[in-house]
Design a protein around this ligand. Structure first.
Ligand code: PRX
Length: 648
């Protein structure tokens, strides 16, 4: 695919204006990390400037900006409230089209009141606070209030079920939860408070639940434990002193899925994360004061943390928070919102774009979108035809596209084509961000030089790197640092002759569906909990529009008597209840056996290969499988889908 150069207008506004300038800055960031990151860190407000920039033992023990002290909410709010009190900090976009704007001064007051309320309810430095709320200005203020007093926020996406919520509350030992009565979502109302009640039933660690009255729906309140957030706020003053945190103090924990076991809590630090969020945000979107940044991610994902909250606010830019699904209730919602807030940058996911494209030209034509200047994407592959559609139809051919690759673990974007600086290559995420040394490894862990494909790893460290898994540092080291000096990502990638990277998908079994990451083992355990299920396997498989869906294989128990259609419906419901609607499978197939090695390891890659239209593996390849006849049965069962795929 050929290169698409940035327009003259994009180049003129850009922070980095030419490939040469990009190469010079990249070289400096790699050759002189101390100097480069000291400069970037000076964009933040510090109580104590850092004594050291980076210490890395090469085995996963790293510190950034040690000796420094700072506070995230002061950087995101106070300093802008002082210089630009009346600039819009947050615009909350409700699903019914209502916009709520809070200036930096208003946000500061709100954060202060909530912080005082948290302190009054016993929250202390280092305590974990679980936030289970829709993406609203109020939720953002709760997160910032935690950071103000040195508490660690643990945001759980409202699409997750009571069961998942409980696991996470227990994992981090939270004593206080902030939630809302309910949240609108895709024509439904999510009963958040009811789910909190279920999640904490019998859990004595939870002392207090603060409830935002958001939808004015009736909820039950447990005396002594539950309090309305609005009532709390009336009681407290706006002034709340900020705790000056050591650089490495945890700012938040965000759970993410691996290929085995339950989701794990990635711990991000105050200084490294904030410097990374601010630096990458400013370079990725070429922002200037007066810009309005619209990121469609829920605050319950890492993208919401970095590029809807901390990145924009730390840089003093107005951020738009989208509550609920960006394409519901009306598929023209996102276009209308871009016009209503005059968004200059849109950061979204291919799944949202596919949904917009499927709505048709007439829906898109209802909005002008002339305010847009840069278009960004994250979460899954932005395939070339979707890239072209985004460029031509959404951006009118004017806006550079920045496809960004990163992960919950990396804190912010690692590979991306800086708009204005570098020509883009559709289908490719581009070049490394400053300070990032991507390497490709072959099957034996040896480095591949030049053009080639392999497992993507990052050499050395960068400020936004998650430091550990909460409560399990050994698992962190084993998962991410199996080779000295390298962070292993779990993604496969291709590097072309010009050094552009394309992501080829996970090399492990982690599912990324609609830009959301799920662990197959979490889903399989839930399915196996059903009486009628003997074994289960879950994989992500390709959809004709370029996205992926969850595909489930079930081996029914010999004693099961439930008719297949009823069992299928029950299992879908079980997944939705246990994990949430994001775990809804696209296909559930019944088979009599699964492909396993002779030692019993489930070969999910074989299932994926067959579902994606792959040919029957050769007898040599089948030699790994204990009972190769299961492959023939699976091929027969999924035949209707394979025929349809060929017709498409
Ligand atoms: O497989 C990659 C995919 O999403 C995974 C990270 O998921 P998560 O931790 O939930 O964070 C999502 C938002 C940063 C990656 O391992 N991924 C992310 N961005 C891209 C991508 N795949 C292809 N292209 C991308 N731009």
């Amino acid at each position: 695919m050929s290169l698409v150069p940035p327009s003259a207008a994009a180049r003129a506004r850009s922070r980095v204006q030419s490939p040469q300038e990009y190469e010079t800055l990249l070289a400096r960031s790699l050759d002189d990390p101390d100097g480069f990151w000291r400069d970037q860190a000076s964009a933040l407000t510090w109580f104590h400037a850092p004594a050291n920039i980076v210490e890395d033992d090469g085995h996963g023990e790293v510190t950034w900006f040690s000796g420094g002290r700072l506070n995230a909410s002061v950087n995101a709010v106070d300093r802008h409230a002082r210089t630009h009190p009346d600039r819009a900090a947050i615009i909350g976009a409700a699903p019914d089209g209502t916009l709520t704007t809070w200036t930096f001064a208003e946000l500061k007051a709100r954060v202060g009141r909530i912080a005082n309320a948290l302190v009054h309810r016993g929250v202390r430095r280092g305590d974990r606070v679980v936030v289970y709320m829709p993406t609203t200005p109020q939720a953002a203020a709760v997160m910032l209030a935690c950071s103000r007093i040195g508490a660690v926020h643990v945001v759980v996406n409202p699409a997750y079920s009571a069961e998942t919520l409980r696991e996470r509350i227990e994992d981090v030992g939270a004593e206080l939860i902030v939630t809302a009565d309910a949240a609108p979502w895709d024509r439904q109302v999510l009963p958040l408070k009811r789910r909190v009640d279920q999640a904490v039933a019998g859990l004595s660690q939870v002392r207090c639940v603060l409830v935002d009255r958001h939808q004015a729906v009736p909820v039950s309140m447990t005396a002594g434990r539950d309090h309305w957030l609005q009532t709390e706020l009336q009681r407290h003053r706006v002034a709340c002193p900020a705790v000056w945190q050591p650089a490495e103090a945890p700012l938040f924990i965000m759970h993410t899925s691996g290929s085995t076991g339950a989701a794990r809590g990635m711990v991000h630090t105050t200084a490294g994360y904030l410097v990374w969020a601010c630096t990458t945000f400013r370079y990725l979107f070429d922002l200037r004061p007066g810009d309005v940044h619209l990121c469609t991610a829920d605050l319950g994902w890492i993208t919401g943390h970095t590029y809807a909250l901390y990145g924009p606010l730390t840089a003093g830019i107005t951020t738009v928070l989208v509550e609920g699904h960006p394409g519901r209730p009306d598929r023209g919602r996102l276009g209308a919102l871009i016009d209503a807030v005059q968004a200059t940058t849109l950061y979204t996911a291919p799944a949202v774009l596919r949904c917009m494209r499927a709505a048709g030209d007439a829906v898109l034509a209802r909005s002008l979108r002339t305010s847009l200047r840069v278009l960004g994407s994250v979460g899954e592959r932005l395939e070339p035809d979707l890239w072209q559609w985004l460029h031509q139809e959404v951006g009118g051919g004017r806006c550079p596209i920045v496809d960004t690759w990163w992960q919950t673990e990396t804190g912010g974007a690692m590979l991306a084509n800086l708009p204005g600086a570098l020509p883009a290559r559709p289908g490719y995420v581009g070049r490394p961000m400053f300070g990032v040394r991507p390497v490709l490894l072959d099957r034996d862990g040896r480095r591949i030089e030049g053009e080639g494909s392999g497992v993507l790893a990052i050499a050395g460290t960068w400020p936004g790197q998650a430091r550990t898994l909460y409560g399990d540092h050994a698992a962190y080291l084993a998962t991410y640092h199996p080779h000295p000096g390298l962070f292993v990502t779990g993604d496969g990638a291709h590097r072309d002759a010009e050094g552009y990277f394309a992501i080829t998908g996970r090399v492990d079994d982690v599912l990324t569906v609609g830009g959301h990451r799920l662990g197959p083992a979490e889903l399989e355990d839930t399915l196996c909990a059903h009486d009628a299920v003997l074994e289960a396997a879950v994989v992500a498989t390709a959809l004709p529009d370029g996205g992926e869906q969850i595909t489930v294989f079930i081996v029914p128990a010999p004693w099961a008597t439930t008719p297949a259609d009823d069992l299928r419906a029950a299992l879908v419901e079980q997944l939705r209840l246990a994990i949430g609607p994001i775990a809804t499978p696209g296909r559930v197939w019944f088979v009599s056996g699964l492909p396993r090695t002779r030692t019993g390891k489930l070969l999910r890659r074989v299932l994926r290969h067959l579902c994606d239209g792959g040919t029957r593996p050769s007898d040599d390849d089948l030699a790994d499988i204990a009972d190769p006849s299961v492959v023939d049965e699976i091929l027969e069962v999924i035949q209707p889908d394979r025929l349809r795929q060929r017709a498409d």
